[in-house]
Design a protein around this ligand. Structure first.
Ligand code: 5GP
Ligand code: ZN
Length: 114
């Protein structure tokens, strides 16, 4: 838990979010600024700053299993995208995957050009 981390606050229920999935290791909730019809952030509850700090295989498996379950429950098997950012592309310093599906805001080309 990092005091000023918005995702840690969501994990602790201290900040609001629309939650789609939760278990003991993972929480998944809507992005506040969606770039697609479905834009869910899949987040380990443990505060891990970024991909480069990942040193435990379990976290990757937990993330993958949560993402798979959300993809199934939202029937996105035919069209989804999983993305994660690092360095200056990462704006929240708590590891997260973006699960994107449905129509993209500005069309899919807008995303492909980022
Ligand atoms: P990044 O740029 O770090 O890969 O992505 C950060 C993500 O967190 C973006 O999708 C952004 O909209 C989302 N985000 C930033 N602040 C908040 C917040 O307070 N609540 C929620 N639900 N999402 C947030
Ligand atoms: Zn955090």
């Amino acid at each position: 838990m990092e005091k000023d981390c918005i995702f840690c606050k969501i994990v602790k229920g201290e900040a609001p979010a629309t939650i789609w999935y939760e278990d003991e290791n993972i929480i998944a909730f809507d992005s506040i600024k969606p770039i697609a019809e479905t834009h869910i952030l899949v987040v380990p509850k443990k505060h891990i700053e970024s991909f480069m700090e990942l040193d435990n295989n379990d976290v990757l498996v937990f993330l993958a299993k949560a993402a798979q379950q959300i993809i199934k429950s939202k029937k996105l098997e035919d069209a989804y995208r999983l993305v994660f950012n690092g360095g200056k592309f990462q704006t929240v310093s708590h590891l997260h995957w973006h699960l994107l599906g449905g129509e993209f805001v500005g069309g899919k080309q807008a995303l492909d050009q980022t």
